[in-house]
Design a protein around this ligand. Sequence first.
Ligand SMILES: NC(=O)c1ccc[n+]([C@@H]2O[C@H](COP(=O)([O-])OP(=O)(O)OC[C@H]3O[C@@H](n4cnc5c(N)ncnc54)[C@H](O)[C@@H]3O)[C@@H](O)[C@H]2O)c1
Length: 300
Amino acid sequence: MQEFQGKVAVITGAASGIGLEMARLAASLGMRLALADIQQGALATVVDEFEGQGVRAFGLRTDVSRSADIQALADATLARFGQVDLLINNAGVGAGGLLWENSEQDWDWVLGVNLRSVIHGVRIFTPLMLEHAARDPAYRGHIVNTASMSGLINAPAMGVYNVSKSAVVALSETLYHDLSLVTEQVHCSVLCPYFVPTAFSDSARNRPEALASQTPLTRSQLVAQANSVKAVSSARISAAQIAELTFAALREERFYVYSHPQALAPVRERYEAILEQRNPGDPFAGKPDVRARLIADLRG
Ligand SMILES: NC(=O)c1ccc[n+]([C@@H]2O[C@H](COP(=O)([O-])OP(=O)(O)OC[C@H]3O[C@@H](n4cnc5c(N)ncnc54)[C@H](O)[C@@H]3O)[C@@H](O)[C@H]2O)c1
């Protein structure tokens, strides 16, 4: 995608963090914005910010785990702007802890927001983009799915999140192949950030009552939460930089987007272990103190 002026971007999780910075960058490039988030108040504030700058934007309270909400987002975008050029499936949440301690509600919540959202987004928006492409040979569409480095390596004590993001990488790679079978006008990318300072560690603020944990957090869940707070808050690449990196990839039609390419060694090691039939290595081998601290914390 080379042209952004006047084009329409649909961004989920747009009220905070990476989604908000994607929206700000898209607005600075002259795009019109359809913004979705489950936080009604924060979303309204963001829309006010854009309207105050003369940006054409609307917000729709959306629970991305619900198919009907994503359909409503698509309908509202077409009704308001008549087209969709860029879809950023970005909303996401995290839950950690030892795998066997995660509740059914943990799985339903995280897989709903992180994976079903992308399934719905791709299922509902891709046909619209393909219709635009069929009508206009100059049309260029792009879909960005926000995964994570956790879609490429499986660090311990964050299994639910790892599973959700690995599935987003698998879905995105398949989407890439499927699109290439039918069009040259619609492309896709998968964004795999490492830690970025956002409100991500406070994901539970948006956890619906119906999926609330029925039991107090276990020791491993408290440890994982503390580690997430520490890693996310001390991260040095900002959400605004992630947005810049993503839009650079859009321009280049590049599929994989990394925030920390220097941190990819564990990915190489993982695939080498798979190919050589070695047992999985420590994803944090480069930082042995992380594993040692985790063991010490878990064993008390
Ligand atoms: N921050 C990091 O370190 C990091 C690292 C890797 C990947 N990511 C991914 O980046 C994406 C954005 O996260 P962030 O870091 O900006 O966190 P954030 O918490 O600042 O923003 C996430 C946004 O998603 C929204 N959201 C949550 N549940 C929703 C739902 N059911 N429906 C609609 N919106 C919902 C939240 O209200 C929030 O505005 C997520 O997919 C996350 O998994 C973040």
